[in-house]
Design a protein around this ligand. Sequence first.
Ligand SMILES: Nc1ncnc2c1ncn2[C@@H]1O[C@H](COP(=O)(O)OP(=O)(O)O)[C@@H](O)[C@H]1O
Ligand SMILES: [Mg+2]
Length: 368
Amino acid sequence: MVSENVEQLDQEAFFVSASPVMRKLRAQAELLAQADVPVLILGESGSGKDAVARLIHKLSVRSGFKFLKLNCAAMPGDMLESELFGARRAFNLGAGRSTSETLELAEHGTIYLDEIAEMPSELQARLLQALLKSDLDSEHRENGRPAGVRILAASSSNLERALADQKLREDLYYRLSAFTVRVPPLRQRRPEISLLLRYSMHRLAKHYGLSAREFPAAMLDVCQWYSWPGNLRELEAFVKRYLVSGDQALIPGEFDSEKGCEPLNSSRGTERVSSSAIARNPDETEPAPKSLKSFIQGIKCEAEKNAIGAALEKTGWNRKAAARLLKVSYRTLLYKIEQYQMNASLHSLSEPSMVRLAAHEKGNGKAS
Ligand SMILES: Nc1ncnc2c1ncn2[C@@H]1O[C@H](COP(=O)(O)OP(=O)(O)O)[C@@H](O)[C@H]1O
Ligand SMILES: [Mg+2]
């Protein structure tokens, strides 16, 4: 399934660069790979920083050697220290032996330091020294092999703030940021969304030994306009849910109870409905709302359903006219109609919210 805009990073992972902004990033990664310099990779969580680091390694002279990732946010400082600098604190990124197992493993290869701003300050200082030393050693080649290890670093934090708070050392930042790659969030790479959905489906289906599912047009439409705050990681989780459940009414963001159901013509262009807040099948007993908050979300969804119902009735169930009236796309409206299981003959507005709110308060005592 590999095409012009998709390349294989390893047995399972693909790198998609099908939008103008990602094609530019791909070309930048290729240049940086050849330069064998440290690179700082910035981007929101889930946008693909690890993937870019792997791509740079793969395209570099070090690709025949190891790529090792150390997550500075997930490791206690002393563990990170011994991974990087070895038990005897004899750090050596240049040619020659080091006392650190990680460095030995990664010799001639690449070490990827994720969430660099979380690295303890003392280690940051030592990393800087090591980078400066490896600059001096950079002319060394051992039997034609690249000397030492190459450092790639990444961060999803606001580095200006990390610098201002003295969490990230300025000297290390300036050393690393000479070559910076910014991975755009998924909402700025919309032309890639359908390709990413299909590749993720293909990859996950293979991984779980399941048959890949087709995406219904209405689902693709919603995915196309969703804001994907969790970026590609959220997209993959969505594909996984669809692959496993086969629920054609799934929409991204629906498990995000904090955000819940947003209005149909939300200004962020993010249109989602909390599945926990609506019963898809009218015959199913609606689960009791867990909190006033989830109950209010339910009311919002109900309000949306009522607005759709009113627009449809006003236009005599002319769905194109109703979509215009509601200021949403025709496809979105069709999707919502399916979502709320509305139809011309059966459609009835749900119970007034106030009656249900009263029942809710009665059942839960006074809402605080
Ligand atoms: N360009 C890309 N093409 C295809 N899949 C990608 C791409 N970038 C990231 N992914 C996938 O998206 C998920 C999240 O990416 P990752 O690199 O771990 O994000 P980050 O490090 O920024 O949090 C991973 O499963 C990764 O394989
Ligand atoms: Mg990462």
